[in-house]
Design a protein around this ligand. Structure first.
Ligand SMILES: [Fe+2]
Length: 211
């Protein structure tokens, strides 16, 4: 076949799942060990919900080239670990100069973004809002609402994910916590270790860019 076949993938807002896709992965609470500040509160959740799905991703991958776009939907449960809102593990793209677009469909979420040199941006993503994640920004989503957070996403199919960049810095620079009034607030992460100039240089170099 000379040309790829177009494809229609319906989104079910009731289940938060993409139809007619070819990928589906689930993260259980047991998979999220080490992400949250309050280990005691996390243990309490594990005791009751270890095998429950915390968030899941359904997707369609047309091919693996940079000119292919993976499309999909992410669905995240609402809740908190202690005073910290449920979040995804977060990553930078393994090919770090690849961007991503999210489109809010249901619920009230945040996109937590952090540049390699430690700039922080928090963008609110609700229904009908498009969030553009530029190349090189580490990103994770957070459910600060009281219902499922559902977002569509798309990114170049050769992007890949590097989750280790967050672990190597002791987490992201800020944590998103309940502000006590039903909203959210940023709190500095005391374990955060800034990336060195050499690490940042390597990221740019690996992407074919000089600093
Ligand atoms: Fe991504």
């Amino acid at each position: 076949m000379r040309f790829d076949e177009p494809r229609l993938c319906p989104v079910d807002l009731g289940t938060g799942l993409l139809g007619a896709g070819d990928g589906h992965y689930r993260k259980t609470f047991a998979d999220l060990k080490g992400l949250y500040a309050d280990e005691q509160a996390f243990s309490a959740i594990l005791a009751e919900r270890a095998d429950e799905v915390a968030y899941e991703v359904t997707s369609y991958t047309p091919g693996g080239a940079v000119s292919d776009l993976i499309v999909g939907v992410t669905r995240m449960e609402p809740g908190k670990v202690g005073n910290e809102y449920f979040l995804t593990r977060g990553h930078i793209h393994a090919r770090a100069n690849r961007p991503e677009v999210y489109y809010g469909q249901k619920g009230h979420g945040l996109m937590q973004l952090e540049s390699p040199d430690g700039e922080v941006r928090i963008l609110e993503v609700g229904p009908q809002a498009i969030c553009y994640v530029p190349p090189f920004w580490i990103h994770r989503s957070i459910n600060v609402g009281d219902e499922d957070l559902v977002m569509m996403f798309t990114y170049p199919a050769d992007s890949g994910q590097d989750y280790g960049i967050i672990e190597r810095s002791g987490g992201m620079k800020v944590r998103i916590v309940d502000d006590g009034n039903g909203g959210w607030a940023q709190q500095p992460n005391p374990d955060y270790v800034p990336r060195s100039a050499a690490t940042i240089e390597k990221l740019l170099h690996d992407a074919g860019l000089a600093a």
